[in-house]
Design a protein around this ligand. Structure first.
Ligand SMILES: Cc1cc2nc3c(=O)[nH]c(=O)nc-3n(C[C@H](O)[C@H](O)[C@H](O)COP(=O)(O)OP(=O)(O)OC[C@H]3O[C@@H](n4cnc5c(N)ncnc54)[C@H](O)[C@@H]3O)c2cc1C
Length: 327
């Protein structure tokens, strides 16, 4: 029987990769129009320049060795990723042509159903059924693996697996308002700077987006600090974009920007990992993975998916082989 994976971010994709290599069939379901989750790139039309591409989620990925490093090396070799700088794959790798290239690399050969927002799960003698928010259904799965951010996971899991829902509720995320900005003078102002901080100004990280391989010239991405983002969380998007753009252009001495668009990540980076870790209930045929199960980095999310898939294959408890980068 086929295994359903909810969430086509790096955690769900890693689970699909590992299960696929073992000969198991999977179908991934994602509420987005594409795959990648927080490994994301936004294209924004700009009058003179055409469409500009901004990596507005994780700006790059790092690896501490092991399975994720091997995956990154393979992704660079097959053109789904590239090094940013010369410090090596473990130090700074980006997806190609956008950040979700890394997720696509893991999903090669997997079946993916996008624009399917799982709203409820049910299990009968014929297996698991998924029901989407718009009423669409998919049925007949042996297992369902939930690899979506914790708040969404808690809502989905509550009625069918209270213990896993409680584990999701045990984690916390920080929000992040992200500014995508294009202006004349960005590249000279940030020359030689992959990323920096504007201490005391509310900007935690200023990323020289156009310094990455294959990205649009004259583009930068700014991440507001968790404190700034929390204070302005419910504010108007245009107002937030204007305020963040004023901070950045003022600090760098840039002219009025051609593009200044804000994106709100309500759940950006993990602040507290769930103590339970990635987990699998073989009797119920249900499992959990995602960054909230292991740690705040893309690498952690990847390893959570691998650990969950291995648990499915052995019908045991997940065992995390690689060290998490932060707990
Ligand atoms: C601004 C920002 C900066 C970051 N910086 C870094 C960094 O420097 N380094 C680093 O390592 N990490 C960074 N991260 C964190 C990193 O991006 C995440 O930890 C990682 O990508 C999480 O992967 P995931 O698969 O667990 O979840 P996600 O990437 O969130 O994927 C989950 C998927 O589930 C889908 N989904 C949600 N609900 C449903 C539903 N009900 N039905 C169907 N699909 C659903 C979503 O559409 C999404 O595609 C950053 C993130 C952000 C937002």
């Amino acid at each position: 029987m086929t295994i359903a994976i909810i969430g086509a971010g790096i955690a769900g994709a890693a689970a699909a990769l590992h299960l696929g290599r073992a000969g198991r069939d999977t179908v991934l379901f994602d509420k987005g129009r594409g795959v990648g989750g927080r490994l994301a790139t936004r294209r924004i039309a700009a009058a003179a320049e055409g469409a500009l591409a901004f990596d507005h989620g994780a700006p790059f990925v790092t690896a501490s060795g092991g399975t994720f490093s091997r995956f990154l090396h393979a992704s660079v070799q097959n053109g789904h990723a590239a090094l940013w700088g010369d410090a090596g794959v473990e130090a700074r790798t980006v997806g190609m042509p956008g950040m979700n290239g890394l997720v696509k690399a893991a999903l090669l050969g997997s079946e993916v159903r996008t624009s399917f927002e799982a709203a409820s799960l049910s299990r009968t003698a014929t297996g698991w059924t998924l029901t989407a928010k718009d009423g669409a259904t998919a049925e007949g799965f042996s297992d369902v693996l939930v690899a979506i951010p914790a708040p969404q996971a808690a809502a989905l899991l509550g009625p069918v697996h209270p213990a896993f829902a409680a584990a999701a509720e045990d984690s916390r995320y920080m929000p992040c308002w992200t500014l995508m900005l294009a202006a004349d003078g960005v590249d000279p102002a940030l020359a030689g700077t992959p990323e920096t901080a504007l201490a005391g100004e509310g900007i935690a990280t200023l990323i020289h987006n156009s310094a990455k391989p294959g990205r649009s010239a004259g583009t930068l991405v700014a991440h507001a600090s968790p404190a700034w983002s929390t204070a302005r969380l419910e504010d108007d998007r245009e107002a937030v974009a204007g305020d963040l753009a004023a901070i950045v252009t003022g600090a760098l001495g840039l002219p009025a920007p051609a593009v200044a668009v804000a994106h709100r990540w309500r759940y950006a980076r993990l602040a507290r990992v769930s103590a339970r870790g990635p987990d699998y209930d073989a009797d119920a045929g249900i499992g959990i993975a995602g960054d909230w199960c292991l740690g705040p980095d893309v690498e952690d999310a990847f390893h959570s998916g691998i650990a969950l898939a291995e648990a499915v294959l052995t019908a045991g408890r997940p065992h995390v082989a690689a060290p998490a980068t932060a707990r």
